[in-house]
Design a binder for this molecule. Structure first.
Ligand SMILES: NC(=O)c1ccc[n+]([C@@H]2O[C@H](COP(=O)([O-])OP(=O)(O)OC[C@H]3O[C@@H](n4cnc5c(N)ncnc54)[C@H](O)[C@@H]3O)[C@@H](O)[C@H]2O)c1
Length: 252
């Protein structure tokens, strides 16, 4: 990925951070975008300390002005994008639809769907100018199936799958590939911290692990590896679909 420029949204934590590291190790210059500037800067400092190239940008992906500024900087400083990973995502609540708080659903739609749509708009404009590009969207096993308490999150990830297909179809003739990845449970702050609140070592965590045929959660680096492959030239004819990074969860 030498001489290539990659954008990773939500790269201050979890899967995004691991992906930024992986792409930088593969030679790309990585634009690390996150709502949390300190977290983005921490990722950049780690990358630079290990010999890679990266820059941090604070960006709330739900704010069209922030997103426009992010892409203006990418055009100005790097002459456009080669790779994009639309990773920033949240799970605002795990609850029955009967009890789900509507404002939390709206917030999740804004981050997981509308913001991905807006980032895709800028990404394809930039990549069309360059004449090629590759994009990976973060779906989930819940882009294909669902589970109790996950109606809202499931709706957002099914939308990501639809966007992936549409944008891949529309842009194949421009040399732009668009795919998604479908992780099952990954040990990141989304699961263990502010969003879902399941502590590793707790009975609830054990239940999540037990629900997976591989009897464990994934580490973010295992997801980053799949994303990096989809972006790479090794996947040059892979577009419009997704790969399951789920320890066989979806095989049942
Ligand atoms: N962790 C899992 O089990 C799992 C499973 C399947 C899919 N995913 C998906 O993977 C992606 C990354 O999840 P993660 O587990 O690494 O989460 P995480 O909470 O560890 O990291 C998400 C990052 O996104 C940033 N972010 C949140 N809202 C933002 C916004 N509006 N603008 C910019 N940045 C914002 C956060 O600051 C954080 O740094 C999400 O799309 C998630 O839905 C996660």
């Amino acid at each position: 990925m030498d001489q290539k420029v990659a954008l990773v949204t939500g790269a201050g934590s979890g899967i995004g951070r691991a992906t930024a590291h992986k792409l930088a190790r593969n030679g790309a210059t990585v634009v690390v975008a996150d709502l949390d500037l300190e977290a983005a800067e921490a990722t950049v400092n780690e990358i630079v300390a290990s010999g890679g190239a990266a820059v941090a940008q604070r960006c709330d992906v739900t704010d069209p002005q922030d997103v426009a500024e992010l892409f203006a900087r990418i055009e100005e400083d790097f002459d456009g994008l080669d790779y994009a990973v639309n990773n920033a995502g949240i799970c605002t609540e795990v609850a029955s639809i009967a009890d789900y708080k509507l404002p939390l659903m709206r917030k999740m739609m804004a981050v997981n769907v509308s913001a991905v749509f807006n980032c895709l708009q800028h990404e394809v404009r930039s990549m069309r100018r360059k004449g090629s590009g590759a994009i990976v969207n973060l779906s989930s096993i819940f882009g294909q199936v669902s589970g109790p308490g996950y109606a809202g999150y499931t709706a957002t990830k099914h939308a990501v799958e639809g966007l992936t297909k549409s944008v891949a179809l529309e842009n194949a003739e421009y040399g732009i590939r668009v795919n998604c990845v479908r992780p099952s449970v990954v040990q990141t702050p989304l699961m263990t911290g502010k969003d879902v609140h399941v502590e590793p070592g707790s009975d609830e965590w054990a239940a999540y692990e037990d629900a997976n045929p591989s009897k464990r959660a994934a580490q973010p680096e295992e997801i980053a590896a799949g994303i990096a492959w989809l972006l790479s030239d090794e996947a040059s004819f892979v577009s419009g679909g997704g790969i399951n990074l789920d320890g066989a969860y979806l095989a049942r």
